[in-house]
Ligand binder design. Sequence first.
Ligand SMILES: *Cc1c(COP(=O)(O)O)cnc(C)c1O
Length: 471
Amino acid sequence: MAVSTTGWPTLPALPDSATAAVLGSGLLQELSYAFSGPFHFLLPEAFDANLRDLRAALDEAGVDGSVYYAKKANKAALWVERCSLNGAGVDVASLGELREALGHGVRGEDLVVTGPAKGRDLLRPAVQHGALIAVDSLGELDDLITTVLSGARRPARLLLRCLPPDQPHSRFGMNEAELSAATDRCLRAGDAVRMEGFSFHLSGYAIQPRADLAAHLVGLCLKARVQGLEAGRISIGGGLPMSYTDADSWHTFLSEQNSGHYHAGKSFSTGDFYPYYAPASGADALRALLAARPEGHGGSLAGLLKEAGVELLMEPGRALLDRAGATVFRVQGVKERDGYRILTVDGSSLSLSEQWFNSEYLPDPYLVPGSTGAPSETPSSDTPAAETPPAGTWPACVGAATCLESDMVSWRKIPFRRPPGVGDLLVYPNTAGYQMDSNESPFHDLAIPPKVVVDHTERPRPRWRLDRHFT
Ligand SMILES: *Cc1c(COP(=O)(O)O)cnc(C)c1O
């Protein structure tokens, strides 16, 4: 599928009917004109579907579990509103995120508060609202107990976060000795705390290490219960992988691409690319995790959880946002170079964050004509004969509207099938997870791209509204 006859590697995004419907509707051209700059659009139904799929995977395995959306993956209020409507929780790690989650309708009891060395300004409202607090260190546990004793009206609900034995250089969590000291302090704190269990969050996306560590945490729960603590839940954090493309396209891309395919001979270490294809992604990755046999155990993780009566909490960010949005730039300049073009768009790489992690967001952007009616290189453009562009390949990299050499939205010379021109739109697909706003800034006094919630279901034309995130 990705084998390019032209010698230019491509990475087509998986087809998505909702995104295709928006691309074909004419709405994006209107919004680009209205905002005079880049914007993101958000698709609430995709989020709801991802949440349903994760819950279905838990149900199929007969495992008692809860899903908390990891808010840092995208700041939009929309996702919190969907969590509130669907009875899901939210994982917050700052006072601002806590405020946003409560303000958009999620109950305090449905929040989990993560992040290292949380200040008392965060701990106090977290306790008052009955949120579950993942304690990262002994010092933080002491602060939390002091917070409760100095006037909170309810006990602190907490998990103890474990330093992953396989990632000993992680700056998060407590080692075995610290966990055991923390357990003792919880016992001594008596009614001031409710010790509900243990948590971890692993870097990377591998399934087996998560199954192994989850089983280890179940063991810690059983021990803590013997000591008289509640210890009925574990949180496995986030890191459910997600596929942006198919296996063939991804492997072909990796084997074909070299520095000649990037502007200025730029080269990326392939190990720094996000793994844009995963054999099991989203809910299927959760299924694989529940079915995995943890090291040293005879049965599956699901069986172990059920046997121990331990609830499984998870904090997916990216996996809940799969297919839930895209990012739209307008081409405002085109320059010819040796055999390729340099496009300049109306925004910057601060609105497509991958560039800030020694990497690049690789799924191919769609080239959409700036005025409706012109031929469109959209997901459906492979089929209708009437829209077939003239044969040919026009490779182009994508630069930002800033004065930095390094500010490229795509270093890669993307092989477009028609010549991109001023006024065309570039739509980067599937950007809701981490790409949109983790690095956004009003650098150069460029406006921060607005987020538009698009409702395209059961109506001839999609309608839209602005997201309600408080900025
Ligand atoms: C970032 C983070 C998550 C979400 O990770 P994803 O890879 O987006 O699923 C969950 N839990 C914690 C503690 C995190 O720091």
